[in-house]
Design a protein around this ligand. Structure first.
Ligand code: SUG
Length: 416
């Protein structure tokens, strides 16, 4: 059995659009009503996956959900033709592309029963995301149905859970026992805190984690107020390294001390507010990066183009890489279409430490399979969506057909 970290990227669905649905997510609000480019968005996602594969990393996919979500509209006593435009936009969102919000994952090395546990996120804070979990759960149950995994339904909606976006794991190496860090929010400002402490605690119990190898830490109120609606907008961890903004956590000292004590070789890389103001960190998504260890052992930070274009951020990166810091290489990816909705490279992927051969192979990709997927996107994904057209029958027919062709092409018609 060979354990490694597999990045499962959410494929950008054919209904990708800018509806301004996420209060507290500044990019979503700023771009509300803009014309989206679903085909370009999806191909940007494919290119990001290719860059990961080129580095020698294992790559998987999660599939777009049925949109419009007709069953959800029916539960609300409506249809896509009759729904008012705001409700229709909630049923058309392609937000499942942000796979970091699909689930929280605890690798086998951390759990009492030696299985890799996954809990699908209830995403209950935002209406357009609250109806994602059934289609996500169906995929997780299929992809991870082997004995090596244990897949859980969502925690009850009384407590908000946003999945891996508010969860970090530190370990000397991916396959070794780690310390899991759950980052929760407390709402007292203009924007909602989406991750509730009770949800995090429930997941830690369900995943049978060792209480001595667990940390619960509060997201700072400054971070939430600055638009860091998920912790992965201000911090990212990989193996023994935590890379974070100075103002990411309410009580940084306790967190860093706990990790220094529990994680052999722990290293904390902090970006000070004086070098990169929180606003620049959020706009550039410096921390919404994939921090990965390719087979050559050179820790690499996969950042969006926006990070290079933000002078304070780029200065910090150049200085760090020129020095002796633990991030040795930078890989720049263009995911502008997703970024315009507040979704950077890290939002687009769910990390699972597992043996790739234990995963249903239909969810694992290589270059030839990505070529086939890109070909379907080129033929079937809409080029543009104008906000006012979200309920147009012709667009809806295109969106539903595009997804069906993709799932058939991947031999996953059972998910249709
Ligand atoms: O939930 N944007 C997503 C972005 C999710 C980012 N994920 C992580 N940071 N892990 C959200 O706010 C915008 C949709 C719209 O406005 O059309 C949106 O849902």
């Amino acid at each position: 059995m060979s354990l490694c970290e597999i990045n499962f990227d959410g494929i950008v669905g054919p209904s990708h659009n800018y509806a301004g649905l996420s209060l507290g997510n500044f990019a979503s609000t700023r771009n509300a009503g803009q014309v989206s480019q679903p085909r370009a968005a999806a191909l940007q996602g494919i290119d990001k996956m290719r860059a990961n594969i080129d580095m020698g990393l294992a790559q998987g996919i999660l599939l777009p959900h049925p949109r419009p979500h007709r069953a959800w509209l029916a539960e609300l006593g409506s249809t896509i033709d009759e729904a008012d435009p705001a409700l229709a936009a909630n049923a058309m969102s392609a937000s499942s592309m942000w796979a970091a919000n699909a689930s929280t994952v605890s690798p086998a090395a951390d759990t009492a029963d030696g299985k890799c546990h996954l809990t699908v996120a209830n995403l209950r804070t935002m209406p357009h995301r609250s109806h994602e979990w059934p289609a996500t759960l169906a995929q997780l149950r299929l992809a991870f149905r082997a004995e090596a995994f244990s897949v859980h339904g969502p925690v009850p909606p009384a407590f908000g859970d946003e999945g891996a976006a508010n969860h970090m794991r530190l370990a000397p190496a991916h396959g070794e026992p780690g310390v899991e860090v759950f980052v929760y929010g407390v709402s007292d400002g203009a924007y909602p805190a989406r991750q509730h402490l009770e949800a995090s605690k429930a997941i830690a119990r369900l995943h049978r984690l060792d209480p001595n190898r667990l940390v619960f830490v509060q997201q700072s109120k400054e971070a939430i107020a600055a638009g860091a609606f998920h912790n992965d907008v201000v911090a990212v961890a990989n193996e023994r390294v935590l890379f974070a903004h100075e103002l990411a956590f309410a009580d940084k000292e306790t967190l860093v001390a706990a990790l220094a004590q529990k994680v052999p070789g722990f290293e904390y890389v902090e970006v000070p507010e004086a070098d990169v103001p929180l606003a620049d960190a959020v706009r550039s998504y410096l921390f919404n990066a994939q921090l990965v260890t390719p087979p050559d052992g050179q820790p690499t930070l996969v950042i969006p183009t926006e990070a290079r274009e933000t002078p304070s951020v780029w200065r910090w990166i150049e200085r760090h890489v020129a020095g002796n810091g633990p991030i040795r290489r930078i890989e720049i990816v263009d995911v502008r279409q997703s970024m315009a909705n507040g979704g950077g490279p890290a939002c687009l992927r769910l990390r699972v430490v597992a043996d790739p051969s234990a995963v249903d192979p239909r969810f694992i990709v290589d270059e030839p399979k990505l070529d086939r997927i890109a070909d379907i996107m080129n033929r079937h994904w809409p080029e543009e969506i104008h906000h006012g057209d979200l309920q147009m029958p012709a667009l809806i027919a295109d969106v539903e057909r595009a997804r069906a062709v993709l799932l058939q092409g991947l031999n996953l018609a059972e998910l249709i």
